[in-house]
Ligand binder design. Structure first.
Ligand code: PLP
Length: 385
């Protein structure tokens, strides 16, 4: 008979390094724990407390549509998981991006991993903005190309670093940076890239469906749509559905189908989620986009009037606090007063640049915004930001 207690004590002993590591994380004020909640439009209820939700990526806040679940899951897309709905949505996404074709991945994270590693190889050079998302950083590590990080939005540094050797050269940037809410300098980047015959890869997870005419994304806003070689995006943010996708010319997508491990060796996104994305894509996105723009302007203006320094021009508004512990206390104060705005700390952002990342959604009413501003005014007095 197995002596359960004995095994347990051996197991605990072997894994005691885990406790040490967790203790270290706690001492640095970087410990994260899961909170369970129920989101409902502009609100989220956590532990029975109803809060205004200022950290949802469902930016457009489109009404939820019911969908019939006909098929849950069968296998990977290259086997029997390739439901017909994929074809319809991929066609629409390609048109939305003015590209030849698109490919849907289970998540945006996997779209980055799969496509970047498919195109960049040993002997190539990848230039990546220092504030790029973790999924881009991981993709760069997995690709065997040389990776060179350029200073955030610094065109001089990009120009200089592009002079390094590389068979194929790739420049990777986000469209709207996820934690700072600023735009990448796409006009300048695409000019520099064109001159050096490099390839532009854009992760527009936070600009897609929100920025530019008809939500066509950041390149549309900067009028450089034709200059983007490979688009990567998420269906889980502006569109408020789930999944990720890439758009490019046919041969690039063909290579992704043939090489992307995060596409080949994983189950297909269930078709009801693809159908849900289709429904959302075809709904009145423009009305929600206008509402989001209006909400963003109201909130940013109000925060500036209180005295917060707001540099962002988008729906992602960071309030930089600095010290991790202060950011946690700030977030806790907002929580107590009825606002959920998650503090963001290292390693998501650099050390001592902890912040409250406010994401504005079209769900918020004028009254919600006024309540939010009143609470942030109290927080400003308490924390003297
Ligand atoms: C810039 C950026 N790229 C990719 C992703 C990953 O997208 P998804 O949530 O669909 O995996 C995120 C998610 O936060 C992101 O911020």
């Amino acid at each position: 008979m197995i002596n359960f207690n004995l095994e347990q004590s051996v197991l605990n002993h072997k894994l005691s390094f885990v406790d040490l590591e967790l203790e270290q994380i706690k001492q640095n004020n970087l410990y994260r724990k899961l909170r369970y909640g129920k989101s409902n439009h502009a609100h989220i209820t956590i532990n029975g407390k109803k809060l205004l939700n200022l950290c949802s990526n469902d930016y457009l806040g489109m009404p939820v549509t019911k969908i019939k679940i006909k098929q849950m899951q069968s296998s990977s897309r290259l086997v029997s998981g390739n439901d017909e709905s994929y074809k319809t949505l991929e066609k629409k996404l390609a048109k939305h991006k003015s590209q030849q074709t698109s490919l849907i991945y289970p998540t945006g994270y996997m779209a980055n991993l799969g496509s970047i590693t498919a195109v960049a190889k040993k002997g190539d050079l990848i230039l990546s903005d220092e504030l790029n998302h973790a999924s881009i950083i991981e993709s760069c590590k997995l690709a065997e190309a040389k990776v060179s990080i350029y200073k955030h939005n610094d065109m001089g540094d990009l120009n200089k670093k592009l002079k390094q050797k590389g068979k194929n050269k790739f420049v990777i940037t986000e469209g709207v940076f996820s934690m700072d809410g600023d735009f990448s300098k796409l006009k300048e980047i695409t000019e520099i890239v064109q001159k050096s015959k490099a390839i532009t890869i854009l992760d527009d997870a936070h600009g897609d469906f929100v920025i530019g005419t008809d939500g066509k994304g950041t390149p549309n806003y900067f009028n450089v749509t034709k200059k983007i070689d490979l688009y990567i995006s998420s269906l889980s943010k502006g569109l408020g559905s789930f999944g990720g996708y890439v758009s490019s010319q046919n041969n690039v997508i063909d290579l992704c189908i043939n090489k992307s491990k995060s596409f080949i060796y994983t189950s297909a996104l269930p078709s009801f989620l693809v159908e849900y994305s289709l429904k959302r894509f075809e709904s009145n996105r423009e009305k929600q986009r206008k509402k989001l723009e209006n909400n963003t302007n109201l909130l940013a203006k109000g925060l500036r009037q209180i005295g917060y320094q707001i540099d962002s021009k988008t729906h992602i508004i960071p309030i930089i606090i600095g010290k991790e512990k202060t950011a946690m206390n700030f977030g806790e104060f907002l929580f107590e007063k009825g606002v959920f705005a998650q503090p963001i700390r290292y390693p998501t952002v650099p050390k001592n640049k902890a912040r409250l990342r406010i994401s504005v959604t079209a769900w918020l009413s004028r009254k919600d915004i006024n309540i939010t501003l009143a609470i942030f005014e109290q927080a400003a007095k308490k924390f003297k930001t």
